[in-house]
Design a protein around this ligand. Sequence first.
Ligand SMILES: *Cc1c(COP(=O)(O)O)cnc(C)c1O
Length: 354
Amino acid sequence: MKKHNFSAGPCILPQDVFKEASRAVVDYNNSGLSIIEISHRSKDFVDIMEEARSLALELLGLEGKGYKALFLQGGASTQFLMTAYNLLQTKAGYINTGNWSDKSIKEAALFGDVVEIASSKKANYNHIPKGYKIPKGLDYIHCTSNNTIFGTQINDFPIADGPLVCDMSSDIFSRQLDFSKFDLIYAGAQKNMGAAGTTLVVVKEDILGKVERQIPSMLDYQLHINKASMFNTPPVFSVYTCMLTLRWLKKLGGISAIEEINEKKAKLLYSEIDLNPLFQGFTVEEDRSIMNATFTLLNEDLKETFDAMWKEAGINGLNGHRTVGGYRASMYNALSIESVAVLVDVMGDLERKA
Ligand SMILES: *Cc1c(COP(=O)(O)O)cnc(C)c1O
């Protein structure tokens, strides 16, 4: 039986993507060859890379606006240092909204001064800081749109004179934003886009070339742009799964269509969390993420019963991150509303039993 997969990442992808990708591993397009044994320089793979890059820009509404899409390696974690390597000359500003932001700050500090413009660390990141002042003279500002571990999401992004850089690993392609407000967006594939192994980078080309330091080839955005994201062997299978997911999303009606579904799923779960006296949300209401919902069970004595019940219902991946505890329901694009309804039913059953 197919599980209801609420895992935070690697996570659920559309069932059709799993099917098509597994067919391609055995035999790609009746070529008699697997997708993972053909040359990455072959027309078959170059077409896949080009389709993935152009679908990413198309879905974000960034075609013809000076942006380039790249599929790189090293995870979002490599982007923590790569952004700084390419953009940080003297001083950059960071909004610290969770563990991932904290890690990006640590990496950037190796390259120059980091100004922590705002932070919710003292409150164990249960909200998004607001009303902060942005200093002048920053090379760029970095923020994390969705905090996977804590379950908060930014709605009002910082407005700055310099470039805006955003880690969108866990909410890329999930909600409509004016993406042209951002100068560099990055996202590890394994949260909402494809198999682990590649990271999407969407960068406005004119922000590059402003730092004086020498940049090693593999960490140089400009070089990857010049080589059409094919400087070295790309993670072919991961890029292929991203391309299939982006095709699926386009067919479904794009980001605005999926956003409507994501809103419904989040509303269904959060209303149960709020109405059911046994549960409590972890974050402040106004900053709740529509991707990762974090909540706790108020009576620890019920934990064993609840855990047995959701496992029995075919649910997977509901345990919270060790720094938050409790539960985390990740509701990425491919998770159906029916899966959320199963979880809500289990929560209701627990209330009736208790
Ligand atoms: C998962 C995650 C990361 C780390 O991604 P890796 O690809 O494992 O390096 C970074 N930022 C956010 C917001 C994430 O959710």
